[in-house]
Design a protein around this ligand. Structure first.
Ligand SMILES: [Zn+2]
Length: 304
């Protein structure tokens, strides 16, 4: 019988609106990884996309290793029982198809699926920044905002077994409708998408994703408009965190997603927004992901 200790490996796939990250773990150690644009699968007919994904996974597994299982993390609502992504708004490429069943049939291994916020949280809990936490709040600031709470490593579920869509708690006063049906959702104000668009308004010639923390820190020091923009973003991130921390009472909050890399630029604003009166203080210990963009795929591999 093949096992993870004798050549067996587990694959994880993180399917986002922009990119698909795939990893292969052997004994919880990453031995191969690749990221493909989600749009690269759009050239295939819908009924052939799971096969294309299976081919990409097969190509990533070393020839002397046995694939034991596949885990998938996907953005937005996921039916974990039916194995179907239900996110036609931001992930139409792989939504509303029997992805788990098809992938399992192509690869002949068990396949499990969960929301990408849950898989990223599991990655951080087992192998990253959340290893000491008993009650970990994980927030992904990416294309949207994903939220997961792990209690002793187990994800909190809604009554129907789904993942709580914490990015869609209303925090704003805007009447601008969100695709979820509510308006003023936290996601519309705290996602990297908001930050990127706001930065583009001030810096139309600078591509957000091509620059790092040091670049933006330098800009903040030279241009007060940029510093104020990050401060505003921090308050907006804090609006949702305050609600979630009040409700869940986590001992640790782990931020991930591409906007988390810039956390030092808006950390003070977040903490100011979370400050409460004596007797009502929150545990506001916030750290940035240790696994970075790889957390979702690594956690997905650990699903199985
Ligand atoms: Zn919403």
């Amino acid at each position: 019988m093949s096992g993870a200790g004798d050549g067996g490996v587990r694959a994880g796939v993180d399917i986002g609106g922009t990119g698909i990250r795939m990893v292969v773990l052997e004994d919880r150690r990453e031995i191969a990884a690749v990221t493909l644009p989600t749009s690269s699968f759009e050239r295939f007919e819908r009924q052939h996309r799971s096969l294309a994904l299976a081919h990409s996974l097969r190509a990533l597994v070393p020839s002397d290793k046995t694939l034991l299982s596949v885990g998938i993390g996907a953005s937005g609502p996921v039916d974990t029982v039916a194995g179907v992504i239900e996110n036609p708004c931001t992930l139409p490429t792989f939504s509303d198809m029997p992805l788990v069943a098809e992938l399992s049939a192509h690869l002949l291994v068990p396949v499990r699926i969960d929301n990408d916020a849950v898989t990223a949280a599991l990655g951080e809990f087992h192998l990253g920044a959340g290893r000491a936490s008993r009650r970990m709040l994980a927030v992904t600031l990416g294309t949207g905002v994903g939220v997961a709470l792990l209690i002793d490593g187990q994800p909190l579920r809604t009554a129907d077994g789904a993942h709580p869509e914490g990015g869609h708690i209303p925090v704003g006063h805007t009447d601008t409708p969100c695709y979820c049906g509510l308006s003023g959702c936290w996601e519309t104000l705290a996602s990297r998408t908001w930050l990127q668009a706001a930065l583009a308004g001030l810096l139309p010639d600078i591509a957000y994703e091509q620059h790092d923390l040091d670049f933006y820190r330098d800009l903040c020091q030279r241009d007060s408009r940029i510093a104020q923009l990050f401060e505003r973003y921090g308050y907006q991130v804090g609006r949702g965190l305050g609600s979630l921390m009040s409700l869940y009472g986590p001992d640790l909050t782990v931020l991930s997603g591409s906007a988390a890399q810039l956390f030092p630029l808006y950390e003070d604003a977040v903490q100011v927004s979370l400050r409460r009166s004596k007797g009502f203080e929150l545990s506001t210990r916030i750290v940035v992901s240790a696994l970075g963009d790889g957390a979702g795929a690594i956690g997905a591999a650990l699903l199985s």
